[in-house]
Design a protein around this ligand. Structure first.
Ligand code: FE
Ligand code: FE
Length: 165
């Protein structure tokens, strides 16, 4: 398909995010299971629920556009999650593994923040207020998750991982 308008690029990028969210829904339960710190595990579990809601928001946007969210694979997210998987297979102390899980999760959040910031801006420019509002909600959740992970890392998890230096 020729992408000859910002509207078409908008749809392509939404499909990419749809794929990214579907991949994250597959990966987060494994990351939660791998976490030893209970706060970190709950953060992953909560974000899994939020992510399901984010996928629903994308479905709402697609429905209004009269398009389907399927048909694209987000290779960026596939790569990030592949790295996370390799890292989870390493032999690590539990405290160090928790620090590594945060490192992987924040890469995912930052990638999403970049993607959602872009499509939110497109939605505003295209005058799609409903889409802009839904995308902003997701953007806020991704941002809050990122901040929560930073706080967990800085106050507890990295500190505990540093004990064995
Ligand atoms: Fe998400
Ligand atoms: Fe996220």
């Amino acid at each position: 398909m020729e992408i000859d308008s910002l509207r078409k690029l908008f749809v392509e990028e939404l499909k990419d995010l749809h794929s990214a969210e579907r991949q994250i829904i597959q990966a987060l339960p494994r990351m939660a299971k791998k976490a030893s710190n209970t706060q970190l595990r709950s953060a992953f579990e909560l974000h899994l629920e939020e992510t399901r809601g984010q996928l629903e928001r994308l479905d709402q946007i697609f429905e209004k556009l009269g398009k389907k969210g399927l048909g694209k694979k987000c290779k960026g997210m596939e790569g990030l999650l592949e790295e996370a998987k390799e890292m989870m297979a390493e032999d690590m102390d539990p405290e160090v593994m928790d620090a590594a899980l945060i490192s992987a999760a924040q890469r995912v959040e930052h990638y999403e923040i970049a993607g959602y910031g872009t499509v939110r801006a497109y939605a505003q420019l295209l005058g799609d207020k409903d889409a802009a509002r839904l995308l902003q909600q997701t953007l806020d959740e991704e941002g809050a998750t990122d901040k929560k992970l930073t706080q967990l890392a800085e106050t507890t998890i990295n500190v505990e991982a540093a004990v064995g230096a």
